[in-house]
Design a protein around this ligand. Structure first.
Ligand SMILES: [Zn+2]
Ligand SMILES: [Zn+2]
Length: 356
């Protein structure tokens, strides 16, 4: 009896599998149609409650990593949407996370290392054509941002003419392509560089020699606050400026793991890459440095990003963190692309979701 039931089930399973392959074409067409319906209506920002929100659109570094784009953060304050740093793959993640770059208000750059700007081209293009924007994308940054923006605009100028010629002025208005630099001076250690509709953005200098200028940003909105470190060694100025912040996004480089990489590269005769691994240790912060800074600042939550080296699995997180958890009393999270944190206006809560 049991044997008969088993044989019957096996037969049904075989029949089902045969049907899946026999009808692959119509089933595939139906699956695609469903996916199209879900994706074209995807807008992760539209339904957000009033407050301050941050999404991780890139938690990687210049080192190749299939799971992490280059440094990229989305900050939403009420109905204003910003991107802070735009590393390679960041723009693609924005789309996958349901964030329409056409609705972006501005970009903030922390510094001009290539991994923080090399996603700018696709972002400028999507801001323009997805929003049919009639003015270029504002890009805020310390002095030097003009040359960066000029370079990207020059590289994309020819493509811009094709887009307008092909899609028309209504979709790709010739006045809206590219970006527009908004440089700010850093005379002291911190400066308010943007204020609008209840949002205040403060830039603060961070040590990332020989990269100068290099800044981080603090966002304050409706009693909630977020700091983004940019690239930095352990920074006393960050600890001061980010005092009492709800959420701190801090870069992290695991010194021992990078040393292991350096040794392996040396053993393999890759002296130049080994030298780079040696050099990068002196202008970044370790997970423990980040935890200590979060503790001194009194942050409620610490999210590590710009992770060096790449971590192929979450199983490696404890090894990456080392003693960091012992140095911070709040919530410590290893950032992943697609994570999204909401800080409702006037409240205390930090709600965590995933957009991809
Ligand atoms: Zn970097
Ligand atoms: Zn850097």
């Amino acid at each position: 009896m049991f044997k008969k039931i088993l044989l019957g089930l096996a037969g049904l399973l075989a029949l089902g599998l045969a049907a899946i392959f026999a009808f692959q074409k119509p089933i595939g067409g139906w699956l695609f149609e469903r996916a199209v319906q879900q994706n074209v209506s995807l807008d992760s920002i539209a339904g957000l409650e009033d407050g301050l929100h941050i999404g991780l659109c890139g938690t990687g570094s210049p080192m190749a990593n299939p799971d992490r784009a280059g440094p990229c953060n989305i900050v939403v304050a009420g109905d204003q949407v910003f991107v802070v740093d735009i590393g390679e793959g960041g723009g693609r993640n924005l789309s996958l996370m349901g964030v329409n770059a056409g609705n972006l208000d501005a970009v903030f750059l922390t510094h001009f290392h290539s991994d923080h700007i090399d996603g700018m081209g696709p972002l400028m293009l999507n801001h323009w054509v997805r929003g049919s924007n009639t003015a270029p994308l504002p890009v805020y940054g310390p002095v030097g941002v003009q040359a960066i923006v000029d370079g990207f605009n020059a590289a994309y100028a020819t493509d811009n003419t094709y887009r307008t010629a092909h899609h028309g002025e209504a979709v790709a208005p010739s006045s809206g392509g590219g970006a527009e630099a908004r440089a700010f001076e850093m005379e002291g250690e911190s400066a308010v560089v943007f204020e609008r509709a209840g949002l205040r953005v403060t830039a603060f200098t961070v040590p990332h020699d020989p990269v100068d200028p290099a800044v981080g940003y603090r966002f304050d909105y409706q009693g909630r606050s977020i700091c983004i470190s940019g690239d930095t060694m352990k920074s006393a100025n960050l600890e001061r400026t980010c005092e009492g912040v709800d959420l701190l996004v801090h870069e992290a480089l695991q010194m021992e793991m990078v040393t292991q990489l350096q040794d392996a590269l040396t053993a393999n005769g890759a002296e130049n890459t080994a030298k780079i691994m040696f050099d990068i240790r002196d202008y970044h912060a370790s997970p423990q440095d980040a935890a200590e800074s979060a503790q001194i600042a009194g942050a409620k939550m610490l999210v590590l990003s710009h992770l060096v080296p790449p971590l192929p699995s979450a199983y490696l997180y404890p090894a990456f963190l080392g003693d960091a958890p012992d140095h911070f009393d709040g919530d410590l999270i290893v950032g992943e692309d697609g994570m999204f944190f909401s800080l409702p206006a006037g409240g205390e809560a930090i709600e965590q979701t995933r957009l991809m």
